[in-house]
Design a protein around this ligand. Structure first.
Ligand code: UDP
Length: 388
C-alpha cells in the first residue's frame, strides 16, 4: 500500500516525504509521534495570541538558492531587513555578537581599537571569520589579549551553561559556528536569506505535506507500526520492501542497548508580559557572563508579528538529557566517544536495504535547517536514482 515510510515530520522528514511523493510518485506514509508536524521548528499562537516557537527560537538562514527556492514553494518569507542581529549582555552593556570590529571599537578605546583592528586585518585578512579557538592560538600578545577578552566575555560562561563544558572541551565545530568576524558586519549569520516563514513555520509544513500521495499519522510512535531488526523491516507485522527514512533518535530505535547517546536538552521558560515591548532592543539577547539561562528571545521581533497584545519572551535553560519522559534531545554532544557509540548503533542498520538515516537525531549531527533540507533533497534524489 505504501512505497515509502518516513519517521518524523520535521524538516528532514517533511522535505524527503514531499520530494519522494511528488517527484518520485511514491505513496508516502509519515509517522509522527507528536501531535503536530514541523518537528522542533513548530510554532503556534500562545494563549495570548502571540506567535511563539514552542521548541526555542528558529531562524531560517541560507546561501543555498536551491533550498530557498524549494521552501519558497510552500511559504512567503518575513526576511529581516538588517539580517538577524544578536547582542550579548556583558555586565549590563550590550555588545554585537559575533564579536566583530564594531564590538572591538566598543570594548577598547579608540586608539587601541584602531591598532588592534589593523593587526587583525593583517593577520587574518579583511572579511575573514576566525573561530575563537583559532584566535586563541595566536602568538601575538595583542591578538591574544582580544582572544582572551572574547573567550571570557562571550564564550566561556555561555558554553558552560549550554554544554556543561568549557569551549576547549567541546567540538571546535560548535564554537566555530559563531566566529570572530574581521568586518563591521553585525549580523549573526552571513547568509543572503535570513528570516522566518511569513505566516509561520507550521503552515509551511502543512503545505509541504498536503499532497495527494502523502498520508500523515500523528501521535504514532514508529515502534507501534514498524519493527526494525538487523535482518529486515516489518510494517504492521509484514515484511516491508519499500524505503524507510528514519529521522528519530537511533539509540531509541534499538532500545538503547549500548547505552544512551548523550544529548543536551533545554527547558524553555515562556513569559507573557502585559506591555507592548520587553525593551531589550533585539529579538535575541545572549547572557554570556551572568544568569543561569543562555538567552532571552522576544518573539514579536523574531516573527514580525504586528498584532500582538502584550509580548511573549522565552528564557532557555540547558541541561543534560536523561531520556526521562517529556525531555527532548536537542543537541548531539559531538566528541570522539559519542561518535563511536553512534557508529555502533549505525552498524546495526548497515545490513538493511532501503533504510536511511536522516537528520539531527538520526545522524547525531548539528545541522541547520537549510543544510537539513539540502540533505533531504539529496537523499530523495539518491533513492530515486536507485529505484526510479
Ligand atoms: N556561543 C557562546 N556565546 C554566544 C553565542 C554562542 O559561547 O554568545 C557558543 C556556545 O557554545 C553555543 C555555540 O557557540 O552553543 C553555537 O552557538 P549557536 O548560536 O549557533 O547555537 P544554537 O543557536 O544552535 O543554539
Amino acid at each position: 500500500m505504501y512505497n515509502t515510510i518516513v519517521i518524523g515530520a520535521g524538516i528532514a522528514g517533511a522535505v524527503a516525504a514531499r520530494q519522494l511523493a511528488e517527484k518520485g510518485g511514491r505513496r508516502v506514509l509519515v509517522l509522527e509521534q507528536r501531535d503536530h508536524i514541523g518537528g522542533n521548528c513548530y510554532d503556534k499562537k500562545d494563549t495570548y495570541g502571540v506567535l511563539i516557537h514552542e521548541y526555542g527560537p528558529h531562524i531560517f538562514h541560507t546561501n543555498d538558492e536551491g533550498v530557498y527556492e524549494y521552501l519558497s514553494r510552500f511559504t512567503d518569507w518575513y526576511l529581516y531587513p538588517q539580517g538577524h542581529q544578536v547582542v550579548a549582555n556583558v555586565g549590563g552593556t550590550l555588545i554585537p555578537i559575533p564579536f566583530n570590529l564594531n564590538t572591538l571599537h566598543m570594548v577598547y578605546e579608540e586608539k587601541k581599537a584602531k591598532e588592534l583592528e589593523q593587526k587583525l586585518i593583517a593577520a587574518y585578512g579583511e572579511g575573514s571569520r576566525v573561530p575563537i579557538m583559532e584566535l586563541k592560538k595566536s602568538d601575538d600578545p595583542d591578538i591574544q589579549q582580544i582572544a582572551q577578552y572574547v573567550y571570557e566575555n562571550v564564550f566561556l560562561r555561555y558554553t558552560m551553561k549550554q554544554w556543561g563544558q568549557k569551549p576547549e572541551e567541546i567540538s571546535p565545530e560548535v564554537t566555530g559556528r559563531v566566529p570572530v568576524l574581521i568586518s563591521r558586519d553585525n549580523r549573526y549569520f552571513q547568509d543572503k536569506y535570513q528570516g522566518v516563514p511569513l505566516d509561520g513555520f507550521a503552515p509551511m509544513f502543512e503545505r509541504m505535506l498536503d499532497y495527494e500521495n502523502i498520508e500523515v499519522a500523528l501521535g504514532v510512535k514508529a515502534s507501534e507500526r514498524l519493527t526494525i531488526t538487523e535482518d529486515g523491516i516489518l510494517f504492521d507485522g509484514e515484511p516491508f520492501d519499500g524505503e524507510v527514512i528514519f529521522t528519530g533518535a537511533l539509540d531509541e530505535l534499538f532500545d538503547c542497548r549500548y547505552g544512551r547517546l548523550p544529548y543536551r536538552s533545554l527547558r524553555f521558560d515562556f513569559e507573557h508580559l502585559e506591555q507592548n515591548d520587553y525593551q531589550q532592543g533585539h529579538s535575541v539577547v545572549n547572557y554570556t557572563v551572568s544568569e543561569d539561562f543562555t538567552r532571552i528571545t522576544e518573539f514579536q521581533y523574531l516573527t514580525g508579528q504586528k498584532d500582538c497584545d502584550g509580548t511573549t519572551i522565552v528564557r532557555e535553560y540547558p541541561f543534560a538529557y536523561s531520556g526521562a519522559e517529556g525531555e527532548i534531545p536537542y543537541y548531539a554532544i559531538l566528541n570522539a566517544d559519542n561518535e563511536a557509540l553512534y557508529e555502533k548503533y549505525r552498524q546495526l542498520t548497515a545490513g538493511l536495504t532501503g533504510f536511511y538515516l536522516l537528520g539531527r537525531l538520526a545522524e547525531y549531527k548539528y545541522y541547520n535547517m537549510d543544510a537539513m533540507a539540502r540533505k533531504a533533497l539529496e537523499l530523495a534524489e539518491r533513492i530515486m536514482e536507485k529505484k526510479g
